[in-house]
Design a binder for this molecule. Sequence first.
Ligand SMILES: [Cu+2]
Length: 148
Amino acid sequence: MGLRWTKLFLLLSLVLLVPLTAACRRGEATTHVRAELAAIEPDPPAVGPATLRFRLLDSTDGRPVTGLGTVEVEGTMSHAGMEPVITTAREEEDGIYVTEGFRFTMAGDWIVIVRGTRNGERFETRFELSGVRSSAGSPGHQHGTATP
Ligand SMILES: [Cu+2]
């Protein structure tokens, strides 16, 4: 590879990288939200109706994210053909959100995705919830980790 090609390559890398870093910086100011589970009912979680309480925190300073009102909650699993469970959560106290009408439809490892709008910008964050048990009397449809 000659010097000319090396220069061209470096130039191309710059052209490609600049828009990426700019987009990332723009997102940082307002949308860095992370979610963590605070409590769950029933505990341990099982197939059927459930109530999830989770914290929304600013991932830059760790402060609670308040005043969002209602956020969207999607429960899903990492396998094909999964029908996601879509519901909402409302702010119960500062930075703590509680789901309304959530239910686990299968046993195994779940992913909870939270979407909302903060300062006029959309955000999306997720947390994992592993080991949802099959409830007594539910069909033996389960996947992911085997529950004893
Ligand atoms: Cu599933």
